[in-house]
Design a protein around this ligand. Structure first.
Ligand code: TEU
Length: 569
């Protein structure tokens, strides 16, 4: 959720549109920023806020290209604004605790994004490093000579094209796993590790509660830099995670860490998050997010299947049992909107019902649930493909991919269809607060960086707060129930009806309490018979705690005949 103040139209337009006097005179500036939305966030039942990067950046990659790790991007406000945000967030004392068995972690409230696999090319370190081979900053980055006049290896960047860019001044290449404007830091250098520790200390002293460590398993590279067969440009190794581990960098402070780690397995998860010996408190992994694309080829969409959701979820839930801890999520700033992706977005009734079904499914899984801004009101993918043009996609991943498609004979419609399903722009449209122009995110006439989704008239926070049947209130109930029920926090995960193609069923089991979750993932009626698994069930009947259909109440008979579920029930 960003920014602190939303009056600053476009990252990139490096304009200060106010002066200090104006700020003193007017609450309006701050009033629409994150600090003023803390009560809304708290009302939802959220304990902790992860801010995506808010540091100065040329925004080649929406702030994931940082020029100053200890500053605030002027468009978002000042360090004083950040400090006010910190005070206000922490003053909303929270009663509930998040538990990572058996070690109790107090609720953490502010998590900052620590993006230290790479900096921006505009970072003073890189600006110095690229000047000459003798620069004192040279070994902050990764340099290789070309091979026969070409790039040192065949590695492909996550944002298309080679990961190597020629630097004329030194006649060699620097490594960038992401954009050209995001040179990778050289973690072999003691100086780099010290710099990062200083950044951690800077924010820890300012009472940050935790860090989300961006692509932290990429910081060490494959030994010897061999050419890749598919795309093994990085390796997952203890080497990657230890330099920033709790024991070292974070141990002085009561700091929570979540490592963003693409391509990891549950055994990595167990190893790195194990309560006895954890390197990070949680991993944020992506296996489920690849089920509707060809792995590694994000822009080759394919339909998802429930059996893959089951297989991957079972694997992670069971794999981290006994000491590890999962992060569970449906969306983040890199993913399309979940109701567009896995639900029924076109019919307003089914959109509401399916968003609730998805929420129920993941919030009761074992682990910590993450809710991405706007997910709680059912925000959808970036508008309808028929009224969008290719040049309205602005995220670097989409823009660079589009450039690779020039001579590939795809029609404009095909390209738009793919972006509609897969683009990161989908989740980055402004938060829809109300039905005023620009959805209350910025002033009328201002131009937000990504256009507001035109459905803001219908889907917005104000409307959600007015409607007792809204997705927002359902999320609120789910988050409350999760904290009230020991089984939802600690229960062992037991999948049921594993072969069923439409319905996802699972139990969370403690000796004294069992929770059954039954979700129909599809927009038609379906039924499931749990008799064959009777020995796993807690009993013949159970008390209904919550449904996304209003007309059900009372008890559910488990072992009579089939249990019928309506569309997305
Ligand atoms: O993303 C890392 C990354 O590659 C993800 O895009 C992930 O692999 C993919 O979503 C799996 O489907 C992080 C940030 O979240 C992203 O916004 C940045 O662009 C990237 O690092 C570079 O900092």
């Amino acid at each position: 959720i960003k920014p602190f103040s939303s009056h600053f139209p476009t990252p990139g337009a490096r304009l200060m549109v106010y002066d200090l006097k104006e700020r003193e005179d007017s609450d309006a500036l701050i009033a629409e920023g994150i600090t003023q939305k803390l009560d809304y966030i708290k009302t939802l039942g959220v304990d902790c806020i992860w801010l995506s990067p808010v540091y100065p950046s040329p925004n080649e990659d929406n702030g994931y290209d940082i020029t100053d790790y200890v500053g605030i991007m002027p468009e978002f406000g000042t360090m004083e604004d950040w400090e006010e945000f910190e005070r206000e967030a922490h003053s909303r004392d929270l009663k509930v605790i998040e538990v990572h068995l058996p070690v109790i972690i107090n609720v953490k409230q502010i998590v900052m994004d620590l993006v230290v696999n790479h900096t921006s090319e505009q970072h003073p370190w890189f600006q110095e490093a690229k000047k000459s081979k003798d620069s004192p900053y040279r070994d902050y980055y990764i340099w290789r000579d070309g091979k026969n006049g070409k790039e040192p290896t065949n590695w492909i960047s996550f944002f298309s094209g080679s990961v190597w860019k020629k630097n004329e001044a030194t006649d060699d290449y620097y490594l960038h796993l992401f954009a050209k404007g995001q040179p990778d830091l050289n973690w072999e250098s003691e100086k780099v590790r010290e710099e990062v520790k200083n950044v951690i200390h800077f924010w820890a002293k300012r009472k940050v509660d935790g860090f989300r460590l961006d692509v932290i398993n990429f910081i060490s590279k494959v030994d010897g830099y061999p050419d890749a067969t598919i795309r093994n440009c990085t390796e997952i190794s203890t080497r990657s995670l230890t330099p920033v581990s709790k024991r070292d960098a974070f141990s002085k402070y009561d700091i929570f860490t979540v490592g963003e780690t693409p391509f990891v397995t549950p055994s990595h998860g167990l190893q790195y998050t194990h309560q006895r010996n954890s390197v990070v408190d949680m991993l944020f992994q992506f296996e489920l997010m690849d089920i509707d694309g060809v792995p590694g080829l994000r822009f080759v969409p394919r339909p998802w299947e429930l059996k893959d959701i089951k297989r991957i979820t079972n694997k992670w839930q069971e794999g981290l049992e006994g000491g590890g801890w999962n992060s569970n999520y449906l969306e983040n700033h890199d993913q399309p909107r979940s109701v567009s992706r896995f639900g029924s977005e076109n019919d307003p009734h089914l959109r509401n019902i399916s968003a609730k079904a998805l929420a129920t499914w993941y919030i009761f899984l074992k682990g910590t649930p993450y809710v991405y801004q706007g997910q709680e009101i059912g925000m959808t993918n970036k508008t309808h493909r028929l009224i969008y043009r290719l040049d309205q996609y602005v995220d670097i991943k989409s823009v660079n991919w589009l450039a690779t498609q020039k001579n590939k004979n795809k029609s404009e419609k095909e390209l738009l269809d793919i972006l509609y399903l897969r683009s990161r722009d989908n989740a980055r449209t402004p938060m829809q607060w109300d039905d005023t122009p620009n959805a209350g995110f910025c002033k009328e006439g201002a131009q937000p960086w990504v256009g507001v989704n035109p459905n803001y008239n219908e889907i917005n926070v104000e409307a959600a707060m007015r409607d007792p049947d809204s997705i927002f209130y359902f999320y609120q109930t789910l988050l409350r129930l999760r904290k009230q029920h020991q089984s939802a926090l600690y229960g062992t995960y037991v999948p049921l009806a594993n072969q069923h193609e439409k319905i996802y069923a699972y139990l969370r089991v403690l000796p004294e309490e069992q929770l059954l979750v039954l979700v129909n993932f599809f927009p038609d009626d379906s039924s499931v018979n749990l008799n064959e698994e009777a020995e796993k069930l807690p009993g013949r009947r159970c008390k209904l705690v919550l449904s996304n259909y209003k007309d059900v109440d009372g008890e559910l008979l488990l072992q009579e005949e089939s249990i019928k579920l309506r569309p997305h029930e």
